[in-house]
Write a protein that binds this ligand. Structure first.
Ligand code: ATP
Length: 356
């Protein structure tokens, strides 16, 4: 066997699947250590061009990064049956799955996760790399302490100081979490405002909001920055958190908060500790909701090393306990953004205040 990868590694189970690649748990023979093997399969007759481009870009980027909150690349193999990237393993899988399992995270859990995410992004931005596809599926977890590993640099791009990316380049999956201009410019704007919104509640923008009374498509909601914090679900979340989300989801890139400002924001620095920091209030409220099934278009496998639970979510109407919008409340969410969210001045001097 001339396959160098197979001589050195043993493939175990599948961890996930993206548009271009399948990711497997693998074990290095010489050390017994576990890694993730991202495999770009070569199929005869396929147009290899776009795949090869995506791969080359990802390899170059991954080779250049080394940060505790970014998925690092150990090795690469170019074999007859495919190209293999050996990545650090994130055994606890996607943040998305944690949110699905727990329904909602507390503010301090969310802060812990997002501080690491911002640190990883800051590192990338300092090197002129923009991620462009921040979503809970690309935020992976290394352990039970919720150590974040930001993954999937497939769409990332290195920008020059003077360049300005103008394409709307989020994937269809990340649209619900985006700002209108999800791309970050050379101002190192921080994406992922919706990813911060999600652990505390649901995606800020959703197809579920499209009703006769509410004829805003997902794209329109995003372009217009239409979202709010419906009561009672957001009542237990403090103003500083809402303020940070507001600032991350500003449509105008010139006015959107930067990653450095995020790290300095009062919610991050805990200058104003949250009045309530539990999910108790919400758990009761959730019980009254008529949850419908959210449509999940991408095939995904839940990875949990402890429970060893697996489920595939690509079927519409699967039994996965995914949080969804309640259609009856949809108009309220789009049109009546609460006064407390609007009342805040968008000046840096007024970055949220303690509740009450
Ligand atoms: P996309 O379609 O978003 O471009 P892709 O083809 O680049 O995806 P990834 O998103 O990198 O593929 O990987 C697909 C899935 O595999 C991830 O969402 C995650 O569940 C899992 N995965 C990827 N890398 C790792 C890792 N290092 N450790 C554990 N799981 C991983």
């Amino acid at each position: 066997d001339t396959n160098r990868f197979r001589q050195q590694y043993q493939i175990h189970r599948q961890l996930g699947k993206g548009h271009f690649a399948t990711v497997y748990l693998c074990v290095e023979g010489s050390t017994g250590k576990q890694f993730a093997a991202k495999v770009f399969e070569k199929r005869p007759g396929d147009s290899q061009k776009s795949q090869a481009d995506a791969l080359q870009q990802e390899v170059a980027l991954l080779k250049s990064v080394n940060h505790p909150n970014l998925l690092c690349l150990k090795d690469t193999f170019d074999e007859n049956d495919g190209a293999y990237l050996i990545l650090e393993l994130a055994p606890e899988g996607e943040l998305f799955n944690l949110i699905v399992t727990k329904q909602k995270l507390s503010e301090s859990e969310t802060r812990h996760l997002f501080r690491q995410l911002f640190e990883g992004l800051k590192y990338l931005h300092e090197r002129g790399i923009v991620h462009r596809d921040i979503k809970p599926e690309n935020i992976l977890l290394a352990d039970k302490k919720m150590t974040v590993k930001l993954g999937d640099f497939g769409l990332a791009k290195i920008i020059g100081e003077d360049s300005f990316t103008t394409t709307l380049c989020c994937t269809r999956d990340s649209a619900g979490y985006s700002s209108a201009t999800i791309h970050e410019s050379c101002r190192r704007l921080v994406p992922g405002g919706g990813s911060l919104y999600l652990p505390l509640w649901l995606p800020p923008f959703s197809d579920e909001l499209y009703t006769r009374d509410n004829p805003l498509t997902l794209a329109q909601q995003i372009k217009m920055g239409k979202f709010d914090y419906p009561s009672p679900y957001w009542d237990s979340v403090g103003d500083p958190a809402l303020d940070l989300i507001d600032r991350m989801l500003v449509v105008d890139v010139e006015k959107r908060i930067t990653v450095d400002e995020c790290l300095e924001h009062p919610w991050m620095t805990e200058k104003y500790p949250s009045v309530t920091d539990s999910t108790d209030g919400l758990t009761g409220a959730l019980g009254n909701l008529d949850f419908s099934k959210r449509k999940i278009k991408r095939e995904r496998t839940l990875l949990s090393s402890v429970n060893d639970v697996h489920f595939s979510e690509h079927v519409e109407g699967s039994e996965a306990p995914v949080k969804v919008f309640h259609k009856n409340n949809a108009d309220q969410r789009v049109h009546n953004r609460p006064a407390k969210a609007n009342a805040r001045e968008p000046s840096p001097g007024n970055q949220g205040s303690p509740k009450g």
